[in-house]
Ligand binder design. Structure first.
Ligand code: B1M
Length: 198
């Protein structure tokens, strides 16, 4: 930052480039879980350092967002990045953390009454919890009170449609757009976001 790099450059060309390289090395067994863990800690520290600089003063969204990485899933970097970007545009974000049980999310919807529930999942096995949370919200009579967005590497539009989520984001910037358009739609305004499902 002292050398004049923008927060966006530091994020895209430094932090994300680094973690992607690490992912390739993990796949080819050049690095192991311990290195992944250490790098994830460094990545989260890095995100905290650029947090304020990433804030977008031009866009301001007044929304309460409940965010979590679903049950069984420890990956929290993507979730933290989505949180950071949402806070940057003025959202109040309640972060339940990672490996959050379905029931904890349902209870938090009761307790905090958020506008949006944002669920992250990085594993093909844990993305099923994005579906079970939606089912449980329906069963608890809470589904219509919130908009639900999902994201994470294995998540697709097809999956989003299949489980009845309101939208999915490929990346953190997408998540911000989604929240904005869902709020507009909720307020009865027109929305042209392609990724908006309902
Ligand atoms: Co894991 N891991 N991991 N891992 N790990 C992946 C996901 C994997 C693709 C690696 C690989 O095999 N190439 C693979 C998943 C395979 C699959 O299911 N298809 C994998 C595996 C297998 C595992 C373990 C099972 C390994 C093992 O134990 N044998 C294990 C599972 C543990 C568990 O969760 N129960 C495991 C463990 C770990 C660590 C703990 C070591 C560490 C995580 C530490 C942490 O998060 N604090 C880790 C890491 C670092 C990765 C990789 C290398 C990097 C993930 C990451 O942080 N990326 C990952 C490989 C990869 O993704 N290329 C991998 C950077 C981050 C900014 O991107 O999270 O995709 P991402 O978030 C993006 C978008 O997806 C989107 O926006 C973000 C910003 O652009 N997004 C949203 C995310 N959430 C969103 C929500 C939204 C909207 C957008 O709205 C709600």
């Amino acid at each position: 930052m002292d050398q004049g790099f923008s927060a966006q450059q530091i994020l895209n060309d430094g932090l994300l480039a680094g973690i992607n390289e690490l992912s390739n090395r993990f796949r080819s067994s050049q690095v192991f879980i311990t290195e992944l863990l250490q790098s994830s800690i460094a990545m989260n520290h890095g995100l905290n350092l650029i947090r304020e600089k990433l804030a977008n003063e031009d866009v301001q969204i007044r929304a309460k967002v409940l965010i979590a990485t679903v049950e069984g899933d420890l990956h929290d970097i993507g979730k933290n990045l989505v949180k950071l970007m949402l806070e940057g545009v003025g959202c109040e974000v309640i972060d339940l953390g990672s490996d959050v049980k379905d029931e904890q999310i349902i209870q938090a919807v009761r307790d905090y009454e958020p506008d949006i529930v944002a669920l992250s999942s990085l594993l093909t096995t844990t993305m099923l919890h994005q579906e079970s949370v939606i089912k449980k919200l329906k069963a608890a009579g809470l589904r219509n009170q919130v908009k639900i967005i999902i994201g994470g590497a294995p998540v697709t539009r097809l999956f989003c449609n299949a489980i009845g989520a309101d939208g999915y984001g490929d990346d953190a910037a997408d998540a911000v757009d989604l929240v904005k358009h869902l709020l507009e739609a909720k307020a009865g305004l027109s929305s042209s976001n392609q990724k908006l499902v309902k």
